[in-house]
Ligand binder design. Sequence first.
Ligand code: FAD
Length: 530
Amino acid sequence: MPIIVNQISSPLNASEQEVISAALKKLGSASKHAIDCEIHKSSLDARKRNDIHFVHSVFVTLDSADLEKKLCEKNTSLTYVERSVYKPVISTKKAEGKVVIAGFGPAGMFAGLALAEQGYRPIILERGSSMEKRTASVQKFWLTGELDTNCNVQFGEGGAGTFSDGKLTTRIKDPLCRYVLERFVDFGAPKEILTKAKPHIGTDNLRNIVTAIRKRIIELGGEVRFDTALTDLAIANGKVQTISAGDKNEKVSAVILAIGHSARDTFELLQCKNIFLEPKPFSVGARIEHKQAAVDESLYGDHAGNPLLPKGEYQLSWRDKNGRGVYTFCMCPGGTVVPSASESGGTVTNGMSEFARDGENANAAVVVAVTPDDFGHCPLDGVAFARSIEQKAYTLTGSYKGAGTTVGGFLDGKPEIAGTVSPTYALGCKATELRDVFPKFVTDMLEGGLQNFSRKMKCFGDKGAMLTAPETRTSSPVRITRNADMVSLSVENLYPCGEGAGYAGGIMSAAVDGLKAAMQIMARQAPCDK
Ligand code: FAD
């Protein structure tokens, strides 16, 4: 087992070897017992403009576990870690039928991969198309405004994050995160994601990785059925007995629901089947675009443009006197704002970047937290609230164009789109009064948030920055409630997981959640006979 040596500061141009040497120096005479060293994480400390530097932590494996433990007890800047954490327990209990997974986003993909690698041969249903066909559908929508409601930025191979920045940052502190990063690298992700404190893959890499994972699942005997939605569940004796998808009914031993936050018709199906659902808080707002150079200058001052510095990223938040929050979310340095609708007649925005993050603009969501007290306590009230905002925007612009305005135009109540930033939204923006799109409490919070952020970061004071709305698919408005064994409260072999079930937010946490659902199934039933 390695120990982690924390808090190794280095200049921007330090080599890997220099960082490792500094870590070994911290271990003093114990360093002669080191048999392996590797950078664990590197993050940028740009709090002081005259002292911008990296801070690293370094894995060091010693030749004696006892010595490692002893050192960690004495020195608080050292951490003792268990590195290998993915140890599924496999039951010997036979079950009739196969494991079916609905959804091939990060949750379904990692569940499917884990099950396939342990001999379960899962059947994966994905309502959208395979990557090549999906990419063509998305491009067509972005060019012409012709939306395929089953295959789009939310639906299709790889799930909602495929057309994204592929950020892998997460607030969960689960050791399985490391396993997920390692598997992404196995399937082609850049190795640097293992060591960056804020790793990202980029939409360009992610598309190839997702396809490689799918091919591996199929090689191992799993099935991936694209253009095939789960449309019905036959439940008897407290269990799902069969599922319907396409023109087939399938006898199942367990069902993993990894359907994402936009599967509104599937949420309705679950409600009809009396599966316990509850509304949950989420957030709504707009994407803000600045020039990336302005973001870099706000963060790095005179150092902006230094090629040793990463593209500037930020995260800002503010609460009003009642405790409601407005915050920036899912920042995409050097990225584009993307039309992300999945329902006819409703406009949705989001953001993505390529791995190089070399576009002219930076974008981030600026969103306001909303709760069932705002939109209603019935399970699908949050869905209805988000949909009404999406439909208002569509009606006001007359199309899937973004409901847009400069920040100044928004604050002054005179929407306009000629600012300092050219909007990147592929379908274009139409100048729109955002107060006609959102309820007043949302636009009041957006105003307050933008004013507060302008005091924290110079670029937020630019009245010519661009807002494109609405951003409504920030997280699931519904929770498919489950027990501690990850099983639905209503059906004993139904495993809701990932973002759509309300138990994850983002690619990494959805992947970890999917993996855990697969581990729960493995602990309860044996793999299929070969
Ligand atoms: P999803 O990825 O939503 O996958 C669910 C899948 O289920 C979909 O492919 C859908 O087609 C399918 N499905 C739905 N209903 C059915 C059904 N009835 N039958 C069969 N299949 C069904 N997160 C990050 O961490 N970093 C980012 O940089 C990032 N950027 C994003 C950019 C964009 C444009 C978007 C839209 C999202 C972004 N996210 C990002 C969020 C991230 O994509 C999600 O948190 C993550 O994909 C959730 O994973 P999931 O597997 O739970 O669900």
